[in-house]
Write a protein that binds this ligand. Structure first.
Ligand code: ATP
Length: 223
């Protein structure tokens, strides 16, 4: 979206917005996309917030980091707000993405159709195991690590998904960062050292199950 169009839509990027606010933007976008699917063009802030189990004040406060949205008595215009949120989140363009580690998890993600729908195009996978190299997973080819730099540059890849074991997490991260990758979705259950300017989103599935087990165990104790 051009800058002037974005201003008309009423939104600006704000890198100082707290992480929980940015996380909720994705939730708002999903909610709005659902409304758009139902051909709903406008929604009151109360109604919208309630559908997400939030308060209108919370939604207004979050969106205020990025601009002026909603009109008194009318609420939010679904289409323009979707456009603006996509711009703020950077998903109004297609991102080329690579996967490092074509094990069970990596292969499942390579076959997942949901990324393309949201503007993330998987272009290649990499693995250290010779038996996995040159094979295709779905339509994605698995390459040797030595080809990573070339392919990342060829497709101007800025985002990577890391699905190697914990002990290999740092070394593949170093290779990715040296090749110019700026964002890593990290499934390796380990903390990564990254240069300034690179972002990591950790996805530790076992740790997340642990959080759930804590909550469920707590509920059992209380009940
Ligand atoms: P499989 O049974 O197919 O080996 P897995 O899910 O049990 O899969 P893991 O041990 O979790 O395999 O490893 C995930 C993938 O990461 C494997 O395909 C492995 O070859 C690959 N891998 C391990 N170390 C590296 C590395 N340094 N660089 C790239 N890939 C690696």
């Amino acid at each position: 979206m051009s800058r002037s169009r974005l201003h008309r839509a009423g939104g600006v990027r704000n890198n100082n917005a707290p992480a929980p606010v940015v996380k909720r933007l994705s939730l708002y976008l999903r909610g709005l996309e659902k409304l758009a699917d139902q051909k709903i063009e406008e929604v009151s802030s109360q109604q919208f917030a309630r559908s997400l189990r939030l308060t209108g004040a919370q939604v207004r406060k979050d969106l205020a980091y990025f601009g002026q949205f909603g009109r008194r008595g009318v609420g939010y215009r679904v289409g323009p707000l979707i456009e603006t949120l996509r711009h703020i989140l950077g998903t109004d363009k297609t991102w080329n993405v690579v996967v490092v580690g074509a094990g069970n998890l990596g292969r499942a993600l390579l076959r997942y159709k949901g990324f393309a729908k949201k503007g993330f195009r998987l272009v290649a996978a990499f693995d250290i195991a010779e038996a996995k190299v040159s094979v295709r997973v779905g339509r994605i080819r698995v390459y040797r690590l030595k080809d990573l730099d070339r392919i990342v540059r060829k497709y101007a890849v800025k985002l990577a998904i890391v699905t190697v074991p914990a002990e290999a997490g740092q070394s593949v991260t170093d290779i990715l960062c040296a090749a110019g990758v700026m964002g890593i979705l990290n499934f390796a259950p380990t903390m990564l050292d990254i240069p300034d300017g690179v972002a990591v989103a950790p996805v530790d599935l076992a740790a997340q199950l642990e959080q759930l087990s804590f909550q469920v165990a707590g509920a059992k104790v209380k009940g």
